[in-house]
Design a protein around this ligand. Structure first.
Ligand SMILES: [Zn+2]
Length: 409
């Protein structure tokens, strides 16, 4: 019971007390963060179990975190999101700080806007919404079907999407439902249908990310879970990847064409390689025995190329490959993405798609009629300041100020 009180209590506490928002710096690890704040690494890291220690490596740079301080500047609570559902909660318990993983309370809102082009879809979306994420999603959705060079001043775009909010601020990546780009008289649409798949008006798939199994003939020993309550440990857990059990030394194959973005040792994941792919996808290969010869940061790899060997380095109980897949920084289930070719929707699926398309088109048409302005969020300074004439400064005009929680650029 106490736990549920606690979960409800946190947001209230944060709103009514002194909270500091901070962004997780690029290159900061959980351990360097503890060190900077003079927090006990033994209690808050080394004494944790292996799963909790590994979760600390999932913190994304740029994510919005909170610190609650007492009037004497003592740290009372720290909240660090790990993914869309879970966050690390460090909290004062009598005199000590304790670590736990708790759910994130967020709400999802349906939002939409219309923009009349002044310079380019990307720049205009940022100018009006202050969100680089929305701009990126829009451009990525059309990248296979539209040449943005044909877009001119006065053309219109509409975007309909879901956005999560955490503690009143936009959180994580928005999910696109439909976007429309009107070039001259012609309207071009992209719809998201099924898990993260994009289709045009006719139900033809626009983007395919080819993923091959990273280990041959291996059995899956642990599947992907975003958040689950462990009934015996009484803890929230997440397993942000798929585990393939295999003999030590079994070759690990690149799941897709890409560029190695990380190759090195980490505490939890041991010998780790990350590969960046087109479309904002990243694959992660953990607990390796060794990297393949010639593999280093910046290496260009082909699908199926050997990039390393199965091992049990880092916090691992036996030889296996922990294989992770991320889209725009979010962990997604690798098993949901393995496809072999672009598909054209047919039969029942096509009917369901057409129904969804009709209802989304209605929203787009309403949008075009009212040409509503998008909701913008501006990070306001905690202190109210005025210039010498007593006029409040317009912090909303800062051009480099975006509302996104992650600086994923
Ligand atoms: Zn794993």
């Amino acid at each position: 019971m106490f736990r549920f009180f606690l979960i409800l209590f946190i947001p209230l506490t944060l709103f009514s007390s002194q909270i500091k928002n901070f962004r997780w710096s690029d290159g900061d690890t959980y351990l360097t963060f503890l060190e900077k704040l003079h927090l006990p690494s033994k209690a808050l890291f080394y004494n944790l179990d292996a799963d909790d220690q590994k979760l600390t490596e999932e913190i994304r740079s740029g994510v919005n975190c909170q610190i609650l301080e007492s009037p004497k500047k003592e740290i009372q609570q720290i909240l660090i999101p790990i993914n869309d559902d879970l966050q690390i909660h460090i909290a004062k318990n009598k005199n000590d700080l304790a670590f736990e993983v708790i759910p994130i309370i967020h709400e999802t809102k349906k939002e939409s806007f219309t923009i009349v082009i002044e310079s380019s879809p990307y720049n205009d979306i940022i100018r009006v919404t202050k969100s680089k994420k929305l701009a990126k999603i829009f451009v990525a959705a059309f990248k296979n079907s539209l040449n943005f060079k044909n877009v001119h001043k006065g053309d219109k775009l509409v975007m309909v999407y879901d956005r999560m909010y955490r503690l009143g601020q936009p959180f994580s990546m928005p999910t696109l439902n439909v976007c429309m780009m009107q070039i001259g008289d012609k309207a071009h649409y992209v719809y998201r249908f099924k898990e993260d798949q994009y289709f045009d008006e006719k139900g033809a798939e626009l983007e395919v990310f080819l993923l091959a199994a990273p280990v041959r003939n291996a059995r899956i020993s642990s599947v992907f879970t975003m958040m689950r309550w462990h009934p015996i440990l009484h803890k929230f857990r997440a397993h942000l990847g798929v585990d393939y059990g295999a003999r030590p030394g079994t070759p690990i194959l690149a799941a897709g064409n890409g560029t190695v973005s990380f190759c090195g040792v980490t505490n939890g994941y041991g010998n780790l390689t990350k590969v960046s792919h087109v479309g904002g996808y990243v694959t992660l290969y953990a607990h390796q025995k060794a990297y393949a010869r010639g593999i280093h940061k910046g290496s260009v790899v082909k699908q199926g190329q050997v990039i390393g060997y199965v091992g049990t380095s880092g916090l691992s109980t036996g030889p296996h490959l922990h294989f992770g897949l991320y889209k725009d920084g979010r962990a997604i289930n690798p098993q949901s993405v393995v496809r072999v070719a672009a598909s054209n929707l047919a039969g029942k699926e096509k009917k369901a798609f057409d129904r969804m398309r009709a209802s989304l088109n209605k929203i787009v048409n309403q949008e075009l009629k009212k040409a509503s302005l998008p909701k913008t969020f501006v990070q306001l300074d905690p202190v109210c300041h005025a210039d010498v004439n007593g006029k409040p400064k317009e912090s909303a005009q800062k051009s480099n100020n975006t509302s996104d929680d992650d600086s994923d650029d």
